[in-house]
Design a protein around this ligand. Structure first.
Ligand code: HPA
Length: 283
């Protein structure tokens, strides 16, 4: 849990200052839109025009992912003429990172001036009718990972008890649905349950989660969404159903399959994000 709020805030500012300087040196404008591209979903970075790529390892205080399929680069450039900052890969609490480290990049993006954050993830689907590869917009979440705001509040950035009743912005979801319709892509909506992992769930856990009203299960997104909302950033989140959750299908779940499904639909997700970028960057 976070101990020293001032030291943490200084680290976030240092990372944001570093990125700002690199952007200025390259003659690039500051991003208004942030993207976090999850497991096997980083291909969109190839669509960015101009800009630069910074490895997490060279960014002050940035955590680096230890998982195959997570690249560990920040790509800055224009997506459909919109200046964006795209994180290729994220870290998770199951890797051993404290939650304030997990949400560190989201906080840096907010301090860079990003007003809207799009979080993407690979998730297990709990609805048998959603096949592998389905794109699902998060309407809400149930967070079992733990709260990234625990510890002293980061004064000046957000309040102690922020409201989460509209965590995934309804208006942004409407814009996303309109963009998907223009592209002829099916985009479902559902409730995401965030679990710590790294083991996949048991069938009994999935049966319980379904009764709670969850439609998707995954190991990320909720902490970053909470931290971003804490700082007043608008959040949209999209899951790729990479597999059916435990017990929904009799097949065992394998990480390689999760990555392969992600790669299969990443082009579709990329088209959607490209269409969405200018629409989401408007306030
Ligand atoms: N469970 C949890 N996380 C996941 C899954 C799953 O079935 N698929 C992809 N991420």
């Amino acid at each position: 849990m976070l101990q020293d709020a001032q030291a943490y805030q200084a680290q976030v500012e240092e990372a944001a200052d570093y990125i700002r300087r690199r952007l200025q040196a390259a003659g690039e404008t500051a991003p208004r839109l942030g993207l976090v591209l999850g497991s096997g979903l980083g291909g969109l970075a190839g669509e960015l025009e101009g800009g630069l790529r910074l490895r997490y390892a060279e960014l002050p205080h940035f955590p680096s992912s230890t998982v195959a399929g997570h690249a560990g680069e920040l790509a800055l450039g224009r997506l459909n003429a919109t200046p964006v900052a795209a994180m290729l890969g994220r870290v998770h609490s199951y890797e051993g990172y404290a939650l304030e480290r997990v949400v560190f990049p989201a906080r840096v993006l907010a301090r860079l001036g990003v007003r809207t954050l799009v979080l993407t993830n690979a998730a297990g689907g709990m609805r048998a009718e959603w096949g592998q590869g389905r794109l699902v917009l998060l309407r809400d979440h149930i967070n079992l990972i733990g709260n990234p705001l625990a510890g002293p509040n980061l004064n000046g950035w957000g309040e102690r008890f922020p409201d989460m009743s509209r965590i995934y912005d309804r208006e942004l979801r409407q814009r996303a649905q309109a963009a998907a319709a223009r592209l002829g892509l099916a985009l479902e909506e559902g409730v995401y349950i965030a679990v710590s992992g790294p083991s996949y769930e048991t069938p009994a856990e999935i049966a319980a989660f379904r009764r709670w009203g969850a439609d998707l299960v995954g190991m990320s997104t909720a902490p970053e969404a909470i931290a971003a909302r804490h700082m007043g950033v608008r959040v949209l989140a999209i899951s790729v159903v990479t597999n059916l959750a435990a017990g929904v299908s009799a097949a065992p779940i394998e990480h390689a399959e999760v990555l392969a499904t992600g790669r299969r639909v990443e082009a579709q997700l990329g088209r959607l994000l490209k269409e969405l970028a200018p629409v989401l960057a408007q306030d």
